[in-house]
Design a protein around this ligand. Structure first.
Ligand code: ATP
Length: 300
């Protein structure tokens, strides 16, 4: 009987390995979805330009359409100043994600210019640009490895102090310190499971360890609970001085604390201002805010 058990056990082990391999493959594919697309910029004579110091983001009269279709980003202009948090909101299909793809140069605009630190991003090497920009995606891909490894992924070689500083800034250090092995705790598929809010804060820590000039948060459609959302919002806004922060927000509560809110509809920026300004204006933002508050009440 024991002899019979052995191959069954082995089969069990290899089946688990296959499952694990499948899970790893899935993660690699998820990463590939986030990975840069081929460089589409025209080859600049003498090679790519150097990224100059500074992190002001300037979007000037940018228009873009997919293929021959109608513009999904239509004559958009705004400037995001260093140390400030800008939020981009608007109904579904307004063009927020498309604008984000232009900032990361997944596509090039047909018209207009996007500059980071005064330098047109079209003239930069794609690697340079992606090093200067960090994106907090809608859901973080966690590897079956330590917390420290998972944070440092954006900048391999980061020291423990740098990893901890990023975790503190993202408001997740206390939680990590309370884990069984602290920063050496294994998380992910087979490790410690984390809540949505913890995953998001870890994702912010991963982005911050890169010390990006431009931090972009692509907020998940699935909303976090109010307390977690507040912590995430605070961690994102805190210490934002050395970078420019752009939040693409589905949840308007996430946008309300931003220095400036850009309201997009049908590819255009139709309103801009602080939360208070926009509520007073009683336009699209005020309507979206009211609708969101009402649906929140209904859910409660
Ligand atoms: P949501 O809040 O639902 O994510 P959004 O404001 O981010 O919406 P986009 O995803 O930028 O809006 O979409 C703007 C328009 O571009 C929509 O009409 C959409 O159907 C279209 N679109 C988006 N991606 C593509 C694509 N890869 N190819 C063609 N059209 C696209």
């Amino acid at each position: 009987m024991l002899q019979l058990m052995r191959p069954v056990e082995m089969l069990g082990a290899s089946f688990r390995e296959i499952l694990q391999a499948a899970a790893n493959l899935e993660r690699m594919m998820a990463l590939a979805r986030e990975a840069p697309e081929p460089d589409v910029s025209p080859a600049a004579p003498g090679g790519a330009a150097r990224l100059l110091p500074g992190c002001r983001l300037e979007v000037e009269k940018v228009s873009f359409s997919y293929g021959d279709g109608a513009p999904v980003v239509d004559d958009v202009s705004f400037t995001a100043e260093p140390g400030r948090v800008l939020a981009l909101v608007g109904p579904s299909g307004a063009g927020k994600s498309s604008l984000l793809r232009l900032l990361l140069r997944f596509y090039m605009p047909q018209r207009g210019d996007i500059r980071l630190g005064g330098q047109s991003i079209g003239a930069l090497g794609l690697k340079q640009l992606r090093q200067a920009v960090a994106v907090v995606p809608q859901d973080i891909v966690l590897f079956d490895d330590t917390i420290a490894f998972n944070i440092a992924l954006a900048r391999p070689g980061a020291s423990h102090d740098e990893i901890e500083a990023a975790a503190r800034a993202a408001g997740v250090h206390e939680r990590i310190a309370a884990m069984p092995d602290g920063y050496a705790t294994i998380v992910g598929e087979r490790g410690l499971k984390l809540s949505g809010g913890e995953r998001q804060r870890l994702s912010i820590a991963r982005a911050l360890v890169k010390r990006p000039r431009l931090l972009v948060l692509d907020e998940a459609t699935s909303s976090l609970d109010a307390v977690t959302e507040k912590i995430v919002r605070r961690s994102l806004m805190a210490g934002a001085a050395e970078r420019t922060t752009l939040v693409v927000a589905h949840n308007l509560a996430m946008a309300a604390g931003a220095d400036e809110i850009l309201v997009m509809a049908k590819g255009r920026i139709v309103e801009r201002g602080s939360h208070r300004d926009l509520i007073r204006r009683k336009g699209l933002y005020a309507r979206l805010w009211r609708e969101q508050m009402q649906s929140g009440d209904e859910k409660a």
